[in-house]
Design a binder for this molecule. Structure first.
Ligand SMILES: Nc1nc2c(ncn2[C@@H]2O[C@H](COP(=O)(O)OP(=O)(O)OP(=O)(O)O)[C@@H](O)[C@H]2O)c(=O)[nH]1
Ligand SMILES: [Mg+2]
Length: 405
């Protein structure tokens, strides 16, 4: 029933309906029923008689005349036959020559991920404001990663719903093998991830695996704790404690308590998404970065290793999404990981970054501007020596001149 509703919604929104029938099987009673539904609509329609490789159009088409379609084409999707003709027909329908891309270019991409059945599709529907995706109380309802564009307070966003994934052993898996690849690819190509957690199930190990994967990609993240309407006050407190206990490694991500079903907490969720998006693409000036670095070292120096204290000399921004700080210095190879993490947190706090990880990369050796400084210093020294020599020479000459007088 719900799938039929999705189809009717799609028919309502489209410009052209392609009605696909099976040319090898011939006319099926359900085809007649579908044709009756479509015929009522005044949209452009093409009947596509599929699987007809090596067959004659007139012969296959005869079976489907009773459906009453003016435009019909025999094609073979698997072999590509008739597809070129179909493309030409479609171009003909786009008479005003308008841009066929409904998705807004440059709009931030938000991808919704989470374990199966946590309410991802319900959340997309709630944000978009219509029943775009099928929602069902069963794991594996969504099989594909599908995007829609939507408007929030006048700003456009691209929202992607994905198939719920969980981790078994070392690999992520889902009901269908290819769905997991699509979910992971959607994560890779997005700007911000909303990770949905089901509050009625608490924070599961699976949720932590998913967060771990998102952190590896360096994407910004907002954690939405969903189904908040279905838990008691006692359970709510337990979940909040669980978050503090299990998710300290992602303390930079904002946690929002929502109900996709009752549409509560969605404004707060979007405001966190916007903050995360802005933070991940923030640019800092080099003097700003070096000032923060100096303060970080002042409050906590790196530990002495093998009798030598690593020297962090100069820092600059190496990239965005996530913001990356590159620090140049000496003896940095042995620097401890927890010190790098300390620097990351220090920078993130100093720049007030929310929702995005920040990376610190250490580079041994001179800073890129060091050579220039060296050159200036060297020439300065030589010139000074020359001047001193000249001065000495003059004094000698004067002395000689005096003694000869
Ligand atoms: N009480 C309550 N139920 C919810 C909420 N959000 C979703 N649900 C229910 O949870 C069930 C699963 O919702 P879906 O949106 O299909 O979940 P999904 O994460 O998209 O699931 P998959 O596509 O299988 O990964 C449905 O029965 C929803 O009605 C919520 O905020 N509160
Ligand atoms: Mg779904």
């Amino acid at each position: 029933k719900k799938m039929a509703l999705q189809t009717l919604l799609a028919i309502d929104e489209c410009d052209v309906i392609l009605f696909v029938v099976d040319g090898r099987e011939g006319l099926h009673p359900i085809d007649q029923h579908i044709a009756d539904v479509i015929r009522k609509n005044d949209k452009e329609k093409i009947l596509l008689i599929n699987k007809t490789e090596g067959m004659q159009h007139e012969i296959v088409a005869a079976d489907f005349y009773s459906l009453g379609f003016k435009n019909n084409l025999s094609i073979s999707s698997a072999h590509g036959e008739g597809v070129g003709l179909l493309k030409e027909l479609l171009v003909g329908f786009n008479q005003d020559g308008s841009d066929p891309q409904p998705i807004v270019k440059g709009a931030p991409k938000i991808t919704i991920v989470g374990r199966p059945n946590v309410g991802k599709s319900t959340l997309v529907n709630a944000l978009v404001g219509e029943e775009r995706f099928i929602v069902f109380d069963q794991a594996g309802t969504t099989r594909d990663a599908v995007s829609v564009d939507f408007d929030f307070n006048g700003d456009r966003f691209i929202l992607t719903d994905t198939a719920g994934i969980r981790k078994k052993g070392k690999v992520f898996e889902t009901v269908e093998k290819f769905s997991v690849l699509k979910t992971l690819a959607a994560v890779e190509s997005s700007d911000v991830i909303i990770l949905v957690i089901d509050s009625s199930g608490g924070i599961a190990t699976q949720d932590m695996h998913l967060i771990g994967f998102i952190l590896e990609t360096g994407k910004s993240i907002v954690i939405a704790i969903n189904k908040w309407d279905s838990v008691s006050t006692y359970e709510k407190e337990a979940i909040k404690n669980d978050i503090d206990l299990k998710l300290p490694f992602v303390n930079f991500a904002e946690k929002v308590f929502i109900s996709a079903l009752k549409e509560t907490g969605l404004k707060g969720l979007m405001s966190s998404v916007i903050k995360a998006c802005e933070s991940s693409s923030r640019k800092f000036s080099t003097p700003q970065i070096n000032e923060v670095l100096a303060n970080a070292i002042l409050s906590h120096q790196p530990k002495i290793i093998k009798g030598i204290r690593p020297k962090l000399k100069f820092a600059h921004q190496g990239g965005l999404n996530p913001p990356t700080i590159i620090i140049h210095g000496n003896h940095l190879t042995d620097i401890r990981k927890d010190y790098v993490r300390y620097l990351e947190t220090f920078f993130r706090k100093a720049f007030n970054l929310v929702g995005t990880p920040l990376r610190v990369e250490l580079k041994n050796g001179k800073n890129p501007y060091q050579d220039e400084n060296d050159k200036v210093k060297k020439t300065g020294l030589v010139t000074r020596r020359r001047r001193i020599d000249d001065f000495r020479k003059k004094i000698k000459e004067r002395k000689l001149a005096r003694s000869s007088q």
